[in-house]
Design a protein. Structure first.
Length: 147
C-alpha cells in the first residue's frame, strides 16, 4: 500500500481541516498523525490552543488511522464518526501532534466487516505538545458500512 499517496490525498480531502491548517503528517496501517499549528486564530482566552481546534485535530487523526487501516477497501466503504470524547489534561501551547491508533486489531475489524457488511470500532488519540507532553486524550467511535 502506498501510504504516502493516501496521506497526500487526505491532506486535501476535508476542506474544514484545511481551513484550520491541519497537516496530515502520516497515514500508516491503523495509525494516523495530524499536526495542529499554532496560530493566533486558533488560540483561546488564555493564549493556549482552543479546545475546538484540539478536538478537530484529534478527530482528523482518528480518521487518518481509520483510512490507514481500511485503505485497500475505501472505495467500497462509507465511514462516519459516531461519537467522540476528549479529556483535556494540560494547557496546549505551540504546535500539537495528534496520533490516532485503531483500538482493535485490523484483522478482527475486517472479519466483522466481511461478515456483517458493517463494523463499529474505536480509535484512540493522544495529543502531545512539542516536548512530547500529553495535553489531551480522545476516543472516537466509528461506524463503517459497505456501500
Amino acid at each position: 500500500m502506498d501510504y504516502e499517496a493516501v496521506r497526500a490525498g487526505m491532506q486535501q480531502a476535508i476542506p474544514y481541516n484545511n481551513h484550520l491548517g491541519l497537516e496530515v503528517v502520516e497515514v500508516a496501517d491503523g495509525r494516523g498523525v495530524v499536526r495542529l499549528p499554532e496560530s493566533d486564530s486558533l488560540l483561546n482566552h488564555v493564549a493556549s490552543q482552543h479546545a475546538g481546534a484540539l478536538f478537530s485535530a484529534g478527530e482528523a487523526a482518528s480518521g487518518a488511522a481509520f483510512v490507514g487501516g481500511f485503505a485497500e477497501q475505501m472505495g467500497s466503504l462509507t465511514p462516519l464518526a459516531r461519537s467522540a470524547s476528549i479529556e483535556y489534561r494540560k494547557l496546549a501551547r505551540g504546535p500539537i501532534t495528534a496520533t490516532g491508533t485503531l483500538a482493535e486489531e485490523k484483522a478482527a475489524l475486517l472479519t466483522r466487516l466481511d461478515a456483517d457488511g458493517k463494523v463499529e470500532f474505536q480509535v484512540d488519540v493522544d495529543l502531545t505538545d512539542g516536548e512530547g507532553t500529553s495535553v489531551a486524550q480522545m476516543s472516537v467511535d466509528w461506524h463503517v458500512r459497505r456501500n
